[in-house]
Design a protein around this ligand. Structure first.
Ligand SMILES: Cc1ncc(C[n+]2csc(CCOP(=O)(O)OP(=O)(O)O)c2C)c(N)n1
Ligand SMILES: [Mg+2]
Length: 594
């Protein structure tokens, strides 16, 4: 028999102050899973009238949903999560790393056992449900803090500002149970004062002299004969993505992207030249290797993006790398013709203002040459890859024609990442992201659920049959909150196809990738029935093409189970070669071929 209970009422304690402060900073949605060691935080969340609480079914999903929320809000808002102590904390690890390595602003408030019980002796287990959270979480986040009763206001203010300032990231703030519940006095004015203090710290004076350094780099770019702008996701993290596009358009400068940033501009834009790298349009790499000055803004040239060849990535050009995070610059060592500039892209508007009278000295045939390269490549791609197979390439082409005004969230591993991300062509007002840096299976659905609370456009979640199983329980969260127009496009290839392909290639056999080799995935039709999710199954491109225009923007969540071809050719790419002693190496980036 269900018991009728009173709604939870607020208290005046440290937990309440913390939650109210985060909301006062403009965050109106929190993702959570409750627990005894977070009881005062849970109460503060439940009692806050201006806060929507979304309860997920696993802490990995709680934090992943918060990541999706922040990314779909274009990094203008942080993801906000509340979890309990012990396993509630340890369950967040993968998602924290994913959000943090993608520079996502994230605020996690966590419970902890009462101060007196926290281990001081180095025992394996001391407090009931205690984990060594500081040691466990510190490497996964930008900042870990355990709140004490004395200076909690100052620590909260400074830590919350850290989620945004410089390179954004995850902050993890832990509250021992006795500290959470400690009664304190505060008025609305105290919260307003704290909000102003957080904002002041975020907007603090430009200590790095970023404005001048960025302006100098922009001048060098404008003086080049064959300039190239390489625009990374750091531009979005610094909220200057729209501004850089304006700058590029004003001077007609070709732009290249990473998979995470390519939706900054529609692919149909005359200045869009794709994402160079190890799996890429051949034209993108040819342009990369033809420019004479390359300005790299907020892109860290990671190993995956550069096909493990960051040292040669456009290295014939003068390369200027602007990054606010010193280790990202240190990792380049001492390569020739590489200017490593430590500057904060938040200063880009001031820098652009400084160079407003400068004009581009680019050669008049540079942009047309780039455009011709891309047009010819795309024609060849269409020719070479033409088939009527239900593969990820062809599915992506259909989605490209339907991409405008939608938020696309592929899984972060397998062919959803390698093929969909590679061939996706952002449309007008299309947003695209996943957890690219970590590449974890299992986060796509939770990212998408979180995104549905901040995105202005409908969510297209592109999950895979293997990866979705890792957080399948979140289908319950999806059913319960029921975001309108939400579609899970399932890439169903009967198991871990990307692993099956690599095992077959390197070892000639398979293990742990499908039912025949030890991994069982139940039929999704039955799973959807159990979770009360609408379900449809399709086998051909013609069926998908007919289905897309019928998907209503106000419908309840739907899974489209797409039975795809197992073999997937991913187009031009560097090839991995395995030496006799088991060491992998890659073919040269400049010689990308079919
Ligand atoms: C958490 C996690 N565990 C293991 C892996 C290694 N891994 C990468 S892709 C993959 C298979 C993914 O299968 P599925 O999601 O069905 O995608 P497909 O390869 O079939 O496109 C595995 C096991 C990973 N990326 N993340
Ligand atoms: Mg699969």
């Amino acid at each position: 028999m269900s018991q009728s209970l009173q709604p939870i009422t607020p208290a005046r304690n440290i937990a309440n102050f913390a939650v109210e402060l985060v909301v006062a900073l403009g965050h109106d949605t929190v993702f959570s899973l409750t627990g005894g060691m977070a009881m005062h935080l849970n109460r503060a969340v439940a009692a806050h009238r201006g806060l929507k609480a979304v309860y997920c079914q696993h802490e990995q999903a709680v934090v992943a949903a918060a990541e999706g929320y922040a990314k779909a809000a274009n990094f203008r808002k942080a993801g906000f999560a509340v979890v309990t102590a012990g396993p509630g904390v340890s369950n967040t690890v993968t998602s924290l790393i994913s959000a943090h390595t993608d520079s996502t602003p994230l605020i996690v408030l966590a419970g902890q056992i009462k101060t007196a019980d926290i281990d001081r002796w180095g025992t394996r287990a001391h407090g009931a449900q205690e984990v060594h959270s500081r040691e466990l979480i510190t490497p996964c986040v930008k900042r870990f803090e355990r709140i004490g009763p004395a200076d909690f206001r100052e620590v909260l203010i400074d830590t919350l500002a850290d989620a945004f300032r410089g390179r954004p990231g995850a902050v993890f703030i832990e509250f021992p149970l006795d500290v959470q519940g400690m009664p304190i006095e505060y008025e609305k004015a105290d919260l307003e004062h704290a909000v102003a203090a957080v904002r002041e710290k975020i907007d603090a004076a430009d200590e790095l002299g970023s404005r001048d350094k960025i302006a100098t780099a922009l001048r060098t770019l404008l003086a080049a004969t064959r300039p190239l702008l390489y625009l990374g996701n750091g531009l979005r993290a610094a909220c200057v993505d729209e501004l850089i596009v304006e700058f590029a358009r004003m001077h007609d400068i070709p732009c290249q992207y990473t998979w995470l940033s390519e939706d900054i501009m529609p692919a149909s834009d005359p200045l869009f030249f794709g994402c160079p790298g190890g799996l890429a349009e051949i034209s993108a790499n040819r342009i990369l290797f033809a420019c004479d000055v390359m300005l790299i803004l907020g892109g860290r040239l990671d190993l995956g993006t550069t096909g493990f060849q960051r040292h040669v990535f456009g290295a014939q050009a003068q390369r200027i790398v602007i990054d606010v995070d010193q280790p990202e610059l240190d990792k380049f060592g001492e390569l020739p013709r590489l200017d490593l500039v430590r500057a904060d892209l938040h200063a880009l508007p001031l820098a652009i203002e400084m160079v407003k009278d400068a004009t581009s000295r680019a050669s008049s045939d540079w942009l047309p040459w780039c455009q011709n390269e891309r047009t010819e490549y795309l024609a060849e791609e269409t020719r070479r890859m033409a088939s009527d197979k239900m593969n990820v390439y062809n599915i992506t082409r259909l989605f490209n024609g339907w991409a405008d005004n939608k938020t696309w969230i592929p899984a972060s591993s397998g062919y959803a990442e390698e093929t969909f991300s590679r061939f996706f062509q952002p449309g007008i007002n299309s947003r695209f992201f996943n957890g690219a840096s970590l590449g974890s299976m299992g986060l796509g659905l939770a990212h998408s659920i979180g995104a549905s609370f901040s995105s202005k456009t409908r969510i297209c979640c592109l999950e895979a049959d293997g990866g979705l199983m890792l957080n399948i329980q979140e289908l319950a969260t999806l059913t319960h909150y029921g975001p309108k127009g939400f579609v899970i496009f399932l890439l169903n290839n009967n198991g871990y196809e990307s692993i099956r392909a690599s095992q077959t290639k390197f070892f000639g056999g398979i293990a742990g990738v499908d039912a025949g080799s030890g991994l069982y995935i139940p039929p999704y039709e039955k799973i959807c029935a159990a979770f009360d999710i609408d379900y449809t199954c399709i086998f051909t491109l013609a069926e998908l093409s007919a289905l897309l225009p019928t998907l209503a923007a106000d419908a309840k969540p739907l899974m489209v189970d797409m039975r795809i071809d197992q073999f997937e050719y991913r187009g031009p790419g560097v090839k991995t070669i395995m030496s006799a002693d088991g060491k992998p190496s890659s073919t040269p980036l400049s010689e990308l071929n079919w």
